[in-house]
Design a protein around this ligand. Sequence first.
Ligand code: TRP
Length: 338
Amino acid sequence: MERKRILTGMRPTGKLHLGHYVGALENWIKLQKEYDCYFLISDYQALGDYAEDVSRIRDSVINVTLDWLSVGLDPELTTFVVQSYVPEYAELSMLLSMITPKGMIDRNPTLKSEMLRLKDVSMGFYNYPMSQVADILLSKANLVPVGEDQLPHIELTREVARKFNRIYSDIFPMPEALIGRVPRLVGIDGKAKMSKSLGNCIYLSDSEDEVAKKVKKMYTDPTRIKATDPGHIEGNVVFIYLDAFYSDKDKLNELKERYTQGKIGDVEIKDILTEVLNNLLKPIRERREFYINHPEKVREAIINGTKRAKKTAEETMLEVRKAMKITGYEDIENIKKI
Ligand code: TRP
C-alpha cells in the first residue's frame, strides 16, 4: 500500500526556535518515518509581508533548511521543497482562486487577526491562504501537521477541494489537520508566543551559554521573594518549559512538589531547565556543525527534494488542466469546429 502523503511548511522569515520544535518539528521527525512527507519552505508566502526585505527571506531559506537538517529531518526519507522553484504552486493558486468566493477569504479568522497588525496589506498577503490551499492540494496531501492557528486554512482547503471535485473532476483528497503536542510555547518573558520581533526566543542554534543566559532571565513566580517561600507552578514560565521539555514526569512532579513547599530555589530549577534544554539541543548543534562543514549536503537536500516535488506538481497540474479543460486549444479538430 502506498504511504499516505503529508504536506506542511514554514515561512522562511528567520531562524527556528524552541516553539517551532515542540509545536511542529518534533512531530515531523516522527511522521517522516511513516508517511511520504513534503516539507515546504514557503518563500513566496513570506514575500507577502517581506517583499521589501528579500535578503531576510533568502537567508532564512538556508537557515530553515539547516535547522530542519539539524533537528534530524532526513532528506533521504522526505522531500524538502523550495516553493518558488516549483512555479506550479503559483499556477494552481491562481486557478483555485477562480472558484473561491472572496467572502471565504474575508471570513478567515487567522487572516483577519494577522491583517490587524499590518499597516499595509499587500494583495499577496491577503491571498496567502489561497496559496496555502494550493500548496496542500498540489501535493495531494492527506494530512497537514500544523499549529492551531492554521486550522482555518485547512478548512478552506477542504472547501475549495470539495468544490473543485464537484464542478470539474474528483482529483483532490480531503486533507486533515494534525495538531502538535504543544500548540503554542510562551516566550522566555511569559508573553503568549515566542517570536523574533518580541526578542523572547531560544533558538535551536543558540549556544550552551546563550541558553543558560536566557533561562536565567526567565520569569518565575513573581510572588516569591525567598527560596523558602511556597512557590506557584501555574503560569510559571520555567515550569511551562519543564512541562514541555522534561521527559521524566516523575522527577518533574517531585520538583513541582518541592517548589510549592518552598524547598527548592529558582536558581536550582533554572539550572535543571538549562540542562534539559542543552541536552535536547546538543545533538542538534552537532548536526548543524556537520552541515555547516558540508554545504554541498545542504544544497543537495534542497535540489533533490525540489526536483521530486516538481515532478509530482507537473503530474497534478496536467490532471487539473484536463479536469478544467484548459488544454488542447491547438487541436485541429477544435480549430475546425469553430
Ligand atoms: N503558513 C504556514 C506557517 O506560517 C506555512 C505554510 C505554507 C504551510 N504553506 C503551508 C503550512 C502549507 C501547512 C501547509 O507556518
